[in-house]
Design a protein around this ligand. Structure first.
Ligand SMILES: *[C@@H]1O[C@H](CO)[C@@H](O)[C@H](O)[C@H]1NC(C)=O
Ligand SMILES: *[C@@H]1O[C@H](CO)[C@@H](O)[C@H](O)[C@H]1NC(C)=O
Ligand SMILES: *[C@@H]1O[C@H](CO)[C@@H](O)[C@H](O)[C@H]1NC(C)=O
Length: 812
């Protein structure tokens, strides 16, 4: 109320001057026009002005003249006159905005009507604006979509706020809540309309703020000031203003070589702050060499790098890949992937032969180098550390020399004859886990050295051959082996020069140099040569040659090629010997003895005696093997004085040979009383010579017998039982013995007696053996000294030993 009146006072003061001017004009040219100014929205009854006074009318006349206010053209009256005071008062609410809208001046035209006389005064009431309306936006929310790429200074038209008031009460200013991106710029048009615009003062970044909510305030210029607000919603549209960004600029990773295809190596990620296609990142290799492209695959979408090929540490220990990330429109960025390849023990060691002698002489000393090998492993560190050795029992070892080189060196003495070649297996293994290994076999042959002499298969050889062999017959074969190679092992046989019985050995046997067959060169005679030894040498063809010797004993077998030889009685015709048989001889008395020998030996010399013819068949018998002729019965007077016996001596050979002799027996006590003796002597042709011989023989025999008796006497004293018993004194002259036997007999005193006894007892040389065996058993060790005794004796000795095994007669 107070303010209103204050206002009206102010307006009145303000318009008074003009009022006077109007009045002056009205008074001068027309009567009755008045103007008033009133602010809108005055209370009903409020005084606008004193019209009576202004028109010069007395207040008394007003009611008399029925003063009233009529509205001009309209029905509605906004003012009235107070007839008592003459004041024009507000009758109806005056809203300037509804009366005049946006017109700058708002004038109500009314008339004061007076009657008696009728007077018409026009009244203009100018309604003045007050700030009774606030600015108002047509919409509460103003939405914008602004691309983030919008440049600074860009403007966006805002809807303007309306304020029904006019003039300064209308919208004067726009304000935007404090924000860094936008400001409001107001464009004042010619019409005076103020068009607000958003002006971008700082670029937008969708990635920072995808939408902005601002409050736009419109303010008028009234007092008090009024304002209206609207929300401004700015959606920031994406622009491809961000390149993809990798999470790291360098990715480091490790990968074992030989990883399976499909193994994930690493994944790169790049983010793009933009959205939509602008933020769609794809990955591609950038300037990656073809090798690497075939090794790795890159997932365009996920950025996963996977193994596609065979990754080999030995080819490349580390791999660098450059990767480009690209968003939809094509902004890119780069990163580097460093892949360290880890070594895996995938390479076995390789053994290569750098040099190798093709052969090594078997006499090479231990430590001789035969070859050089080189061992390598492409892996690194432990996987590439190689140990190598020689497997098996070959006498070789590896001696490490420089770096990966090894010498193959012999460790022991070689022998080609035992092992002629070696497969040296070299084995190499690395230290990886699991370790890998490889081996190589090296062939080495051992060269021959002539280090083996030929060796005979037997220590000595014996060849048996029957006497009377054909010259050229094969005796035996010697064979020697030499394990050496080729000519070092080629064996040549030869005889060593020596003498047999004074003749060169080559006149007895020969040896085939190649085959070792020994041939007889001549026919052998057992009775002359029973055995002999030759030395055969086997020599190889090496240089110098090696040789060895072996002895070959050639033993000659007896063949029954000698007839028994009758020593006593002398062969018929050569002598006439007559045995005297005492007339008083009883049956069984020893009358005489046929003594025969056989140059052969053994069965061939086992003699048997038979009487093939006799004067009186019943009177005499002969011992089958002793040759002793004994009476079968007592001699009687009726028996013929002269008795003749034909005795056959046979050996036991196959076929057997025999000899016969005649034995003349004279049954008489006295030689002189034999009349027929003359007859007998006449029969002998050279009787004179023979009688001398007989005398000599008797003398020698007597002497000999005496000698034996002495010896036997001596022996008898030592031995209680003498071995030799003489049944009768039969004197055998030693002159009857063949020369070789005589030699045997003459070798020693006792021996000859013994021998003699043997002859007497058995009448054959088989007794030789008996003697020798006893001799051998009792007294002599098998001694070299014995072998030094006379050769014939030795031979006889040997022969009888051999014969012992095949002579049944000796055993009795
Ligand atoms: C050595 O190897 C060769 C061939 O593999 C073979 O014929 C020969 O018998 C081998 N020698 C030895 C001593 O193993
Ligand atoms: C035989 O041995 C000698 C050395 O004693 C040697 O030099 C030679 O090569 C050998 N001969 C053969 C065929 O091996
Ligand atoms: C073989 O006998 C000959 C001749 O007596 C001799 O020179 C040679 O050394 C002997 N060889 C051996 C191996 O005894």
């Amino acid at each position: 109320m107070e303010t209103q009146s204050l206002w009206s006072t102010m307006y009145r003061g303000f318009f008074r001057h003009r009022f006077y001017l109007f009045i002056f004009i009205f008074a001068h040219f027309a009567h009755g026009d008045v103007s008033y100014t009133v602010v809108e929205e005055m209370k009903r009854g409020s005084v606008i002005g004193n019209i009576a006074k202004d028109l010069g009318l007395s207040t008394a006349s007003l009611s008399v003249r029925k003063a009233r206010i009529d509205a001009d053209k309209t029905d509605k009256r906004y003012s009235e006159i107070n007839p008592r005071t003459g004041d024009l008062i507000v009758a109806e609410r005056m809203d300037r905005e509804s009366l005049c809208g946006k017109k700058v001046t708002c004038i109500l035209k009314e008339e004061l009507v007076l009657e008696n006389p009728l007077e018409l005064h026009r009244i203009s009431i100018q309604v003045q604006d007050i700030n009774d309306n606030a600015p108002e936006f047509s919409e509460n929310l103003i939405s914008f979509e602004i691309r983030e790429s919008a440049a600074k200074g860009a403007r966006f038209l805002l809807t303007e706020a309306r304020d029904a008031d006019i003039g300064s009460n209308a919208v004067q200013r726009y304000e935007l809540q404090n924000n860094e991106h936008f400001t409001v710029h107001v464009n004042t048009e010619v019409s005076g309309r103020k068009q607000p615009e958003l002006e971008l003062i700082k670029e937008l970044d969708r990635e920072q703020k995808a939408e902005l909510r601002l409050i736009l305030t419109a303010k008028d210029g009234g007092n008090p000031q009024r304002s209206g607000t609207a929300a401004v919603h700015v959606t920031v549209l994406d622009a491809n203003d961000n390149a993809p960004v990798f999470s790291k600029s360098v990715y480091k990773c490790t990968l074992a070589e030989n990883s399976d295809v499909g193994t994930l190596v690493t994944a790169v990620t790049a983010t793009d702050a933009d959205e939509g296609p602008n933020g769609d990142v794809t990955y591609i290799f950038d300037h990656v060499s073809n090798n690497h492209v075939s090794l790795f695959s890159l997932d365009q979408k996920t950025g996963e790098i996977r193994v596609m090929g065979e990754v080999d540490y030995e080819k490349e220990g580390s791999i660098e890949l450059r990767i480009r990330a690209k968003d939809g429109p094509g902004l890119t960025s780069y990163c580097t992937v460093n892949i360290d390849i880890m070594d895996v023990n995938d390479n076995p060691p390789t053994i290569s032969l750098k040099s190798l002698s093709s052969s090594i002489p078997e006499n090479a000393p231990p430590g001789t180098e035969v070859g050089i090998i080189n061992v390598q492993d492409r892996d690194s560190d432990k996987n590439g550390q190689v140990r190598c050795s020689i497997q098996g029992n070959a006498p070789f070892k590896l001696v490490p020399s420089i770096k990966n080189y090894y010498s193959v060196v012999s460790t022991g003495q070689l022998d080609r004859e035992l092992v002629s070649d070696y497969n040296i297996s070299i084995f190499a293994t690395d230290e990886g886990s699991p370790p890998l290994s490889s081996s190589k076999s090296v062939h080495l042959s051992v060269a021959d050295i002539n280090d083996n002499p030929p060796v005979f298969e037997e220590q000595s050889y014996s060849a048996y051959v029957s006497e009377n062999n054909q010259a050229g017959s094969t005796l035996c074969r010697v064979s020697a082996r030499d394990p050496d190679w080729r000519q070092n092992g080629t064996v040549i046989y030869s005889l060593l020069a020596a003498e047999v019985n004074g003749a060169p050995v080559s006149s007895y046997v020969s040896v085939n140099g190649d085959t070792g067959l020994i041939h007889a060169v001549r026919s052998f005679d057992y009775e002359q040569l029973r055995s002999f030894q030759v030395q055969v040498m086997a020599r190889d063809n090496g240089s110098p040659p090696l040789s060895s010797n072996v002895s070959v004993s050639v033993l000659i077998w007896d063949v029954n090629d000698n007839s028994p030889q009758i020593l006593y009685p002398a062969p018929e015709g050569s002598s006439f010997m007559t045995e005297l048989v005492p007339k008083a001889a009883h049956g069984g008395s020893l009358v005489s003895k046929v003594i025969a020998v056989d140059a052969d030996s053994g069965q061939n010399a086992w003699l048997s005696y038979h009487i093939v013819k006799s004067t009186d068949p019943g009177l005499f018998t002969i011992g089958l093997h002793s040759g002793e002729i004994r009476t079968q019965r007592d001699i009687s007077q009726s028996d013929s004085m002269k008795q003749n016996l034909i005795v056959a001596v046979k050996d036991n050979g196959q076929p057997s040979l025999s000899a016969t002799c005649a034995m003349y027996l004279l049954i008489s006590d006295n030689l002189a009383e034999v009349p027929e003796l003359k007859e007998i002597s006449y029969e002998e042709k050279n009787s004179k010579l023979t009688s001398y011989l007989i005398i000599a023989l008797v003398c020698v025999s007597t002497f000999f017998l005496t000698f034996i008796i002495i010896i036997l006497g001596v022996r008898f004293c030592r031995r209680r039982k003498p071995r030799l018993l003489f049944d009768g004194a039969v004197a055998i002259p030693s002159g009857y013995l063949p020369p070789n036997y005589a030699d045997v007999d003459g070798t020693g005193t006792l021996r000859s007696a013994y021998n003699y006894d043997a002859y007497l007892t058995t009448g054959s040389r088989t007794s030789d053996f008996k003697f020798v065996s006893s001799y051998n058993d009792n007294t002599l060790p098998a001694d070299q000294t014995l072998r030094k005794s006379p050769t014939d004796f030795l031979e006889a000795f040997d022969e009888s030993t051999d014969a012992s095994q095949q002579k049944p007669p000796n055993n009795d």
